[in-house]
Design a protein. Structure first.
Lengths: 296, 335
């Protein structure tokens, strides 16, 4: 399971000047591994975007007579037992996985950032309360809690997305709180406070933009982790349900055929592997660029 | 030390109270009636009422929670709706299999992750380093459930080198229960065939479950060793003529273990999540499989039991990690 509750190590105090940061991002993004990650992600993003144009057939249409055909010119990735074209299902699966990844990270980062900002800036009881709640969430094995949430809400893709977001947000709350704690004592924030800038404006205009770099790095890693986690939930029956062309469902449908009809489960697994590796490589590049202490 | 332990244990009680509130809250939002889920759609009204009364589902939520906590304090996790047995008995039966699998997986990760990480750091930018980095990238990206299916198809179905799902060959009787872990119980019973079979059955699930943490540990050991190997005291040790292996194992390794220890703590928590998927694939009768089956049948007393027990693991492992810091580097105080 790829979901880990480890926030990236990056503190606001180490933030480089914008010009230096831009140069570092440029250097990092020229590393072959990062370039490879970006290329992979662009290819999958384009595949997701143009899925209806690129698909040779409807991903749900069954032609049982053509079932379990190996990859060939007419079916690039073969067909499943119901004769559905796997290449078409892969294209639509890319769409689902990328949207799910973005959805999970948007909810988790949104909620975590909000609570982290409140905890870090207000301090005292609010801080203690938010931190103890994150402690509780960190104690749960992520997939078991996500499974319980998905089971309680009903097994479908939307609820799997909510379940994974519900176990991911504490990382963001901790991360942003740490950033705010170090930023709120800096001169520019003290100056803003001394001239009477309202609290909400200090948070939104001064603290949040300066705390975004580590959030971006964490989000990049979590996009991949969320895709794997939702696919895992779907694999055991708590996420997307058949016949949805979701990668976890497709691997589950092909699980009994791996030794004989390898293409059923292998292509969706390769899809997850490549997209998650792409996000991990991009995350490495961003972290190297934004955190001078971790540069190789 | 005593104060540190008391403070951490008090924190653990708070965390467990929070965990119990969250899992209990989940039981209240279930859109399906657990009584109907257990008895089927054709159940009579009086049967449903009797079921609800037997499981306390007819009382207000706060009362249900208070009586649940009261029972928990006496070690009573309630009755499983699915197995109709006390949840505590189920946990006692299923937990040793998960502990055995997790320890074997952690053993694999420590052995492979740390040794490959050291070799990769020593041969920095060489071909071993390149391979190790690819291994780490794939390990962090390949879904564990596909890896499980892949090794099962290859080593069990195709090559027939290793046994398939389950903990023991079907013709063997499990060893007399002492710890519940078949390998240890077979050893205690001096039963060679069950020991061999249980060890062979452990190989594929342990490799699958340990693969992700191996990749993380490899990455962390490599970068920690690279940093330590560049430090002045290592150069001094080399300059005074110490053998390469002595410098590496006596001087560099110990100091690079602090971040590795942190990683062990974090990845051990993720092993339990991985166990859910691994146990499903390998039909391993552990907590993960029990949790999955219970969640499918909306058996929330059982799900709450599993979450409470597994929520103890992460804080306890992190407590051990904190004590480990102090052992590795006495300058780091506990607490």
């Amino acid at each position: 399971m790829a979901i880990t509750n480890t926030p990236v190590a990056l503190t606001a105090a180490d933030e480089p000047a914008p010009v230096v940061r831009r140069r570092r991002i440029g250097q990092s993004f020229r590393q072959p591994a990062v370039v490879a990650g970006i290329i992979v992600l662009v290819v999958f993003a384009l595949a997701a975007l143009f899925a209806p144009l690129l698909s040779p057939s409807d991903p749900l249409v069954q032609q049982v007579i053509n079932g379990l055909q190996p990859p060939s010119a007419s079916h690039l990735m073969g067909t499943d037992k119901l004769g559905r074209d796997i290449f078409s299902r892969m294209l639509y699966g890319t769409r689902i996985s990328l949207l799910v990844g973005v959805g999970v990270v948007a909810i988790a980062a949104g909620l975590g950032t909000l609570l982290g900002l409140v905890a870090g800036y207000a301090g005292g009881l609010a801080d203690e309360l938010v931190m103890r709640i994150t402690d509780i969430f960190f104690a749960f094995p992520a997939l078991i809690l996500a499974m319980a949430i998905a089971a309680a809400l009903g097994p479908n893709l939307r609820n799997a997305l909510i379940a994974i977001a519900a176990v991911t947000w504490p990382v963001y709350a901790r991360l942003i709180r740490g950033q705010v704690l170090s930023l709120k004592e800096r001169e520019f924030v003290l100056a803003a406070r001394s001239i009477g800038v309202p609290r909400w404006r200090i948070i939104l205009r001064h603290l949040l933009p300066n705390a975004l770099a580590p959030l971006l790095v964490q989000s990049t890693f979590d996009l991949g982790a969320a895709i794997t986690a939702v696919a895992g939930l779907s694999f055991i029956g708590f996420g997307a349900q058949p016949p949805t062309p979701e990668w976890g469902v497709m691997i589950s449908e092909g699980r009994n055929y791996l030794a004989t009809q390898w293409w059923l489960a292998t292509f969706p697994a390769l899809g997850i592997l490549l997209v998650v590796a792409g996000f991990n490589l991009l995350g490495d590049g961003l972290r190297d660029a934004l955190d001078p202490r971790l540069r190789k | 030390m005593a104060r540190f332990l008391i403070r951490r244990l008090a924190g653990l009680v708070l965390v467990l109270a929070g965990v119990s509130v969250i899992t209990f809250a989940l039981t209240q939002v279930v859109p399906i009636d657990p009584a109907l889920a257990a008895l089927g759609q054709n159940a009579r009204e009086d049967q449903i009422q009797a079921f609800r009364h037997a499981y306390g589902l007819d009382r207000p939520p706060v009362q249900q929670y208070i009586s649940y906590i009261g029972r928990l304090l006496h070690g009573n996790f309630g009755l499983s709706i699915r197995t109709r047995r006390p949840v505590a008995d189920d946990l006692r039966d299923y937990m040793p299999a998960t502990i055995e699998l997790s320890l074997a997986a952690m053993g694999v990760s420590l052995l492979l992750g740390i040794s490959l990480g050291i070799v990769a750091a020593v041969q920095h930018n060489g071909w071993v380093d390149g391979l190790a980095r690819i291994f780490a990238l794939v390990g962090g990206s390949l879904p564990i459930f596909f890896l499980g299916l892949l090794v099962l198809a290859l080593f069990y179905t195709k090559l027939r080198w290793l046994p398939g799902p389950g903990r023991l060959d079907p013709y063997l009787t499990p060893p007399p229960r002492v710890t519940g872990m078949y390998t240890i119980d077979s050893l205690l019973a001096r039963n060679g065939p069950t020991l061999r079979s249980s060890l062979l059955h452990l190989v594929l699930p342990a490799l699958t479950l340990g693969y992700f943490s191996t990749a993380v540990l490899l990455r962390m050991t490599r970068s920690a060793m690279l940093e330590v190997l560049q430090q002045d005291y290592v150069r001094t040790a080399r300059a005074k003529g110490l053998r390469g292996s002595v410098v590496l194992l006596r001087h560099a390794l110990k100091n690079s273990m602090i971040p590795v220890l942190t990683t062990i703590g974090v990845t051990f928590g993720s092993l339990l999540s991985g166990a859910v998927l691994t146990e499903t694939i390998f039909a391993w009768p552990g907590l993960g499989r029990y949790a999955t089956a219970s969640a499918v049948s909306l058996d929330f007393p059982a799900v709450m039991g599993v979450t409470l027990v597994s929520a103890v693991v992460y804080p306890v492992v992190n407590l051990l990690v904190d004590i480990g810091y102090h052992v590795l580097d006495p300058r780091i105080g506990v607490g």
